[in-house]
Structure formats: C-alpha cells, structure tokens
Design a protein around this ligand. Structure first.
Ligand SMILES: NC(=O)c1ccc[n+]([C@@H]2O[C@H](COP(=O)([O-])OP(=O)(O)OC[C@H]3O[C@@H](n4cnc5c(N)ncnc54)[C@H](OP(=O)(O)O)[C@@H]3O)[C@@H](O)[C@H]2O)c1
Length: 256
C-alpha cells in the first residue's frame, strides 16, 4: 500500500492560487489527486489551473470568495458535478484585515473575520461531509496558525479565529469520526508569503523573530504542504481531531 498516494481522490483547496494554498494544491496533485483550484480572482484561478494541467495534473478552477455562502455552494456543487465526489477539503483561505488592539476594533471587523475565517469553514464542511460519510471516508484539513495558540496584543482577532478553527477540527472529528471522516488543523509558524510580508519585511523585526525559531529560518509554503499530503492520505489515517504545528520550533522555545 502506498500510504502517501491520493490516486483517485478529489481535493478542494480554498485560497489555492498563491502561498500555502498553492503549495498544497500542487503537492496534492503530485500525490495523484484531482484538484479544485479556488480563490476570489477568476484569472488567478485559471492561471493556476492551466499551470497544473500543463504539468500533467487533472485540475478545475472554481472561483469562490469563502465569505459568501452562495459561492461556497457553487464551489462544492461544481466539484460534485465534475467529479462526483470530494475526498479532501483543505480550508486554507483566511483574511486578516485588522492590526491593533481588540479594544479599538469595530463590530463589522469582528463579523467579517469570524464570517470568513470560521463560519465559512463550517459552511463548507456541512456541504462536503454528508457525501464523505456515504463513502465512509474523507479528510478535512483546516489551516490555522500558531497565532491561535498564544495571546496576541496586536492580532488578537486573528488569533481568536485561528483558535476557533482548531476547536472546529476537534468538534468535526467527534461528530463525523464514526463515519470515517477525519478532521485536523495545521498551525504554521511564520511562512514566507504575501499574507505575512508585514511580519518579516522589516530587517530588525525579522532578526528578532528568527532568533526565536529553532531552525533559524522562516517557513516556506512547501514546509506546510507535506503535512497536508500526510493528513489527506492514508499516511494520516489514524490522526484526527489534532492540531499539528509546523513552526520550525518556535512555540517550543523556553522563556529566556
Ligand atoms: N503566511 C504565514 O505566515 C501564515 C502563518 C500561519 C497561518 N497562515 C494561514 O495560511 C493560510 C494561507 O495564507 P498565505 O500566507 O498562504 O496567504 P497568501 O499568500 O496571501 O494567499 C492567500 C490565498 O487565499 C486567497 N484568498 C484570500 N482571501 C480569500 C477569500 N476571502 N476567499 C477565497 N480565497 C481567498 C488568495 O487569492 P485571491 O486574492 O485571488 O482571493 C490566495 O490564493 C491562511 O489561512 C493563513 O491564516 C499563514
């Protein structure tokens, strides 16, 4: 048995045109999955899809802003119409529009961030889990963050959403475990993507951050993608309800 094979499987990855999602969709395809590329921008989805197809993979592009329920429904419906199944759902898209104390944050920011980063994850799970349960297997992977494991005075709302995502994985694991569906979170540390640029482009800030990371370097998108292949495939078949941290050894550091 090839434990890391995804041959015959269908995988949706939200936010898969750039950064971590892009690396995940490529690695799932390399493991043999038919993949669904998705993000808010139609052109970016189409470009990623054609690059995957040119590399010999099976891929479709379905634009979807996960903050809108009708677009989530279209994403799942189009996948089912095309390939008849969803075996792997990677909930990667997230937003972080607010930097500052929660004291000063408006209700509209709270609602938008919870809506896009937490409620949308549940919408998509509700849409895919019943058909996974019919086949007796499936894997949900939620991209959380180490921000969900620690307090944060400037990105508190982001951390709150990411902590909720870890809890969602635990809840889903218990709700669906007897139907063969596994649900897990992955919590990356600081990964070199557009999203995190503000956290590493200042040299002083970067130096401080690197000094806290055991491996002494930032993460790259593929540092996260391997874990997603593991959780999506039989290699991870006894792992459920967990939050797997891939942070180069940042959160294990003792207080100095
Ligand atoms: N980078 C890090 O250091 C880091 C650390 C921990 C956790 N994470 C998490 O990793 C995930 C991916 O982050 P990243 O750093 O790879 O970001 P990124 O490089 O900015 O890529 C984000 C992707 O999501 C899409 N996207 C953004 N908003 C969306 C929405 N509302 N609906 C659907 N797609 C959307 C973007 O494409 P469009 O613009 O076309 O929509 C893009 O494909 C996020 O959940 C983030 O919280 C990142």
């Amino acid at each position: 048995m090839k434990l890391f094979s995804l041959a015959g499987k269908v995988a949706i990855v939200t936010g898969s045109t750039r950064g971590i999602g892009r690396a995940i969709v490529e690695q799932l395809a390399l493991a043999g999955a038919k993949v669904v590329v998705s993000s808010r921008k139609t052109e970016a989805c189409e470009t990623t899809r054609s690059e995957l197809v040119a590399a010999g993979h099976e891929a479709i592009a379905v634009p979807c802003n996960v903050g809108y329920k009708d677009q989530c429904e279209t994403l799942v419906r189009t996948t089912l119409q095309t390939w008849g199944r969803v075996d792997v759902l990677v909930l990667n898209a997230a937003i972080n529009p607010y930097f500052g104390p929660m004291q000063d944050m408006g209700d509209e920011v709270f609602d938008k961030m919870i809506g896009t980063n937490v409620k949308a994850q549940l919408w998509l799970c509700k849409l895919v889990c019943p058909q996974m349960a019919e086949r007796g297997e499936g894997s949900i992977i939620i991209i959380s963050s180490i921000a969900g494991l620690r307090g944060n005075s400037k990105q508190g709302m982001y951390g709150l959403c990411k902590a909720a995502d870890i809890q969602l994985a635990r809840n889903l694991a218990l709700e669906w475990g007897d139907k063969g569906i596994r649900a897990n979170a992955i919590s990356p540390g600081l990964v070199r993507t557009d999203f995190a640029k503000v956290l590493y482009e200042d040299p002083e800030r970067l130096k401080r951050r690197l000094s806290a990371i055991a491996l002494g370097r930032l993460g790259e998108p593929n540092d996260i993608a391997g874990l997603a292949v593991c959780l999506a495939s039989d290699a991870g078949r006894y792992i459920t309800g967990q939050n797997l941290v891939a942070d180069g050894g940042e959160t294990i550091r003792e207080n100095l």
